[in-house]
Design a protein around this ligand. Structure first.
Ligand code: GAR
Length: 212
């Protein structure tokens, strides 16, 4: 039985989708913990209501600057490793991670990013896609590396950008697919179907890795 630790910063709707998919059965895994860097993250209540242990490592308690970032990541790593994770899942976890932290979880940490990477790393992805005149937008599940919003791609979800879309409308359209894609990707990992080979992911299953 593999142990999954999910990190959130806010709403936690992707975390909810993963907790529910895992609870529905058939996974060789359990959700060992949900951890937030914000004490007021709305997703913590969902996790507690579903019997998932929660923890908070409040980044604000560590102050600002490079030393604070290293100290925060060290404490976060200590708390995560207390749950003996096979996989760490970043689900709306809005922190830039230090190289030491990403190296510690190399090959066993996934992120979901709301753009079709390598386009639009960083913030405000949907607004930037609309302003660039993109006709498609989406989200990407990838393994986490030291470089922000890079790393071997596991799956992508694609939606149209419609005339008249604003950021909220496009984000909602993408999020619906995130909730299908991320549980699938996490399940593939815990079933041992994903292998990182250099910059790419080899996938042992037959399912499409493109969601639309
Ligand atoms: C999701 O859209 C996710 O792709 C995005 O934040 C949202 C979190 O929603 N992640 C990032 O922007 C990471 N850089 P959720 O808390 O409801 O899952």
């Amino acid at each position: 039985m593999k142990h999954i630790v999910i990190l959130i910063s806010g709403r936690g709707s992707n975390m909810e989708a993963i907790v529910q998919a895992c609870a529905a059965g058939g996974w060789p895994a359990r959700i060992a913990a949900v951890i937030s860097n914000r004490p007021d993250a709305a997703g913590l209540a969902f996790a507690q209501a579903h019997g998932v242990p929660t923890a908070v490592v409040d980044h604000k308690a560590f102050g600002k600057g490079d030393a604070a970032r290293v100290a925060f990541d060290a404490e976060l790593q200590r708390v995560i490793d207390g749950f003996s994770p096979d996989l760490v899942v970043l689900a709306g976890f809005m922190r830039i991670l230090t190289p030491g932290f990403t190296a510690h979880y190399a090959g066993r940490m996934l992120n979901i990013h709301p753009s079709l990477l390598p386009a639009f790393p960083g913030l405000h992805t949907h607004q930037r896609a609309i302003e660039a005149g993109c006709r498609v937008a989406g989200a990407t599940v990838h393994f986490v590396t030291a470089e922000l919003d890079h790393g071997p791609i596991v799956a992508q979800a694609v939606v149209p950008v419609l005339d008249g879309d604003d950021e909220a409308a496009l984000a909602a359209r993408v999020l619906r697919l995130e909730h299908r894609m991320y549980p699938s990707a996490v399940r593939w990992f815990v079933e041992g179907r994903l292998a990182v080979e250099g910059a790419r992911v080899r996938h042992a299953g037959g399912e499409p890795q493109m969601f639309s």
